[in-house]
Design a protein around this ligand. Structure first.
Ligand code: ACO
Length: 355
């Protein structure tokens, strides 16, 4: 069995910086409120019609491929994690293949739908393929274009201020050295809270039933005709096409599951939190990361945060943060790097990497 190592890493964020004050022009919010609750100062928004989730992924991928010292034609599998795909279907994996100009190689492309945990889930899947020797150069990407799908009115302010656009990519390759690369990955979910952080429409379910919230989330059975159940006017009026988040429920579960899944991974390989050189948590919210830092007994140098500049970029946040940490010299040969994420589903996971 091989281990998977990150042979190349890259990220891309759009040029357009959107500050908290910029958002305050659209909704009733303040820079102070956003910074105090989330740590976010600014985020990037893609050019509305010129940049897409895939186009940002292409830019990040080109850097990762170059840094891996390979040609794009050497990529033998694509794994693409996003919750904001260009199309409802097909997924972004095939679009990335096409936009990279490697469709002639006819490699497989897999899309991962695990939201904030998407990169860790994708890493775990890719790791299994590398371990068995099936693939030798997997391109794993997390990319998001949230700016097209948020409610920028005061009604949507609890969610809209949190998210940003961007992409991160890695090239995974096998190594014979079993002490290097991905040491373990841990994946979990709890579907009982699926609708606490969700975007319901468009969907083939036609709305969803919730005992306590029937009025807001109940099915629209009136005035629908065959074919328009996918997204109805009532769903649009109820803003089912923008994300719903029960922020406090997410916060409570996240601060419990982040430390748990980090310790689970460390336990498995016989390491302790004192062995961690750098924790790169999913950039959900600075308050969550600070809480996790305290629970794991880590100092400021052991935790990397860049949510202040980019907001929460969901599946892209870990590869963007990991790449920025690496570019700043904070990820060195032999370091123990811990990745951890929690998000919609709920799903959560962790990965230990010996760099
Ligand atoms: N600006 C100003 N006021 C706001 C804003 C805003 N952007 N958003 C909400 N408010 C108001 C609310 O309307 C409410 O007003 P009211 O008391 O008059 O009704 C008040 O602030 C408090 O609202 P809460 O939702 O209770 O605010 P809370 O203290 O829970 O903070 C937050 C909200 C920041 C989302 C918090 O719950 C949180 O951090 N949750 C974790 C969720 C998270 O990080 N999600 C990230 C995505 S998921 C992931 O990546 C894991």
């Amino acid at each position: 069995m091989y281990n998977s190592k990150i042979a190349g890493i890259g990220f891309y964020v759009p040029e357009n910086v959107v500050t908290n004050d910029d958002l305050a022009e659209y909704m009733d919010t303040t820079d102070e409120w956003i910074q105090e609750r989330t740590g976010i100062k600014e985020r990037r928004f893609a050019k509305k019609h010129e940049e897409s989730t895939t186009s940002m992924a292409v830019e990040a991928s080109k850097i990762a491929i170059e840094r891996a010292g390979i040609q794009k034609e050497d990529i033998d599998f694509i794994v693409f994690a996003t919750l904001s795909p260009d199309y409802y279907f097909p997924g972004c994996g095939v679009l990335l293949q096409r936009e990279l100009g490697i469709q002639k190689t006819e490699i497989g492309a897999l899309d991962i739908r695990n939201q904030c945990s998407g990169f860790i889930y994708g890493l775990s899947v890719a790791d299994q393929f590398i371990k068995t020797g099936m693939y030798k150069n997997i391109l794993l990407v997390g990319a998001e274009k949230h700016s097209m799908g948020l409610d920028f009115t005061t009604e949507g302010r609890g969610v809209a201020v949190i998210f940003g656009d961007g992409a991160g990519a890695v090239v995974l390759q096998p190594t014979d050295d079993n002490d290097k690369g991905v040491l373990t990955t841990k994946l979990h979910s709890d579907g009982s809270k699926a609708e606490e952080l969700a975007l319901i429409s468009p969907g083939a379910h036609g709305g969803y039933f919730h005992e306590d919230k029937e009025e807001k989330f109940g099915f629209d059975v009136t005035n629908t005709k065959l074919g328009d159940i996918f997204i109805t006017q009532k769903m649009l009026d109820n803003k089912f096409h923008t994300p719903y988040m029960n922020g406090q429920a997410v916060f409570k579960k996240a601060v419990q599951k982040f430390p748990e899944v980090i310790l689970e991974a460390l336990d498995e390989v016989g390491l302790k939190s004192t062995d961690i050189d750098l924790l790169v948590p999913h950039q959900a919210n600075l308050r969550i990361s600070q809480f996790v830092q305290r629970m794991a007994g880590l100092n400021d140098e052991q935790v990397f945060n860049n949510i202040q500049k980019y907001g929460n970029t969901t599946a892209a946040s870990i590869p963007i943060a990991l790449c920025e940490a690496w570019e700043q010299g904070k990820v060195k040969e032999g370091d123990l790097i811990v990745l951890a994420a929690f998000g919609s589903g709920f799903t959560w996971g962790s990965a230990l990497i010996r760099w």
